[in-house]
Design a protein around this ligand. Structure first.
Ligand SMILES: Nc1ncnc2c1ncn2[C@@H]1O[C@H](COP(=O)(O)OP(=O)(O)OP(=O)(O)O)[C@@H](O)[C@H]1O
Ligand SMILES: [Mg+2]
Length: 229
């Protein structure tokens, strides 16, 4: 089953009178359970692409389908709702709430859903165990290591059972060994839970974990599909 489909996506940024075409017609099909890396030089449009799939910005033209739903037809409010419920984000700078604990950060997205407090507790607790965060679950995220913060961010992304998890340089702020462990954890969650991951990276070691690598250059995808064995 297809999860995400992009058809001839263009994105033009306008700054005053200056227009810049950051994406020049991108077609992409992402199936459920794929583990995909996007690579490409700085300024090639990687973050732009992730933001569009993640309903964080409006496309200029083209169509994006998330589980068969054409999101280009949605109103801004509906787009926000879809993002909150269905898209997981992992950022380079973690973007966690520093005064909240690990537990509270992971629990946070569920406040937008109608889930009962009992089920909420069970879901958060089981994810905390899966991510190996039991020892720090009551710590504020400002007081834990970078690797633990990134695992918390993965928990926050996964708690809503997202259609896809989008990660922009998820290991960029970590030393290489911690970064490798984070990507191995993502791979494990991909295999065991079938979570679809799309991540941007500059790191060749990290890239090697992906089963599919797309190369972006100057707003276009260069290779049709580069599948690793
Ligand atoms: N909000 C914006 N307004 C105007 N131009 C923008 C905006 N965001 C990005 N751009 C431009 O669009 C192009 C693509 O940017 P994008 O951030 O997607 O690149 P990237 O591949 O993620 O780069 P990096 O590897 O440095 O993060 C760049 O030339 C950038 O300057
Ligand atoms: Mg970027």
């Amino acid at each position: 089953m297809k999860n995400v489909e992009l058809r001839n996506i263009k994105k033009i940024y306008k700054t005053g009178k200056i227009e810049y075409e950051a994406l020049k017609g991108v077609d992409l099909k992402i199936n459920k359970g794929e583990f995909i890396a996007i690579v490409g030089p700085s300024g090639s449009g990687k973050t732009t692409l992730l933001n569009l799939i993640g309903c964080l910005d409006n496309i200029t033209s083209g169509k994006i389908f998330l589980e068969e739903e054409d999101i280009s037809l949605l109103k801004p409010k509906e787009l926000t709702e879809l993002r909150r419920k269905k898209i997981g984000f992992i950022f380079q700078t973690f973007n966690l709430m520093p005064v909240l604990t690990v537990y509270e950060n992971i629990e946070f997205p569920l406040f937008f859903s109608k889930i009962s407090s009992k089920i909420r507790k069970e879901k958060v607790q089981s994810l905390i165990e899966e991510l190996g965060l039991e020892n720090v679950s009551k710590h504020r995220v400002s007081d834990i290591s970078g690797g633990q913060q990134q695992r918390t961010a993965i928990g926050r992304a996964l708690i809503k059972d997202p259609i896809i998890v989008l990660a922009d340089e998820p290991t960029g702020n970590l030393d290489s060994e911690t970064g490798m462990r984070i990507i191995e954890l993502m791979k494990k969650l991909n295999i065991e839970k079938g979570v679809t991951f799309l991540f941007v990276t500059h790191d060749i070691m990290i890239m090697n974990y992906a089963e599919i690598v797309y190369k972006l250059r100057d707003g276009r995808i260069e290779n049709e599909k580069c599948i690793r064995m």
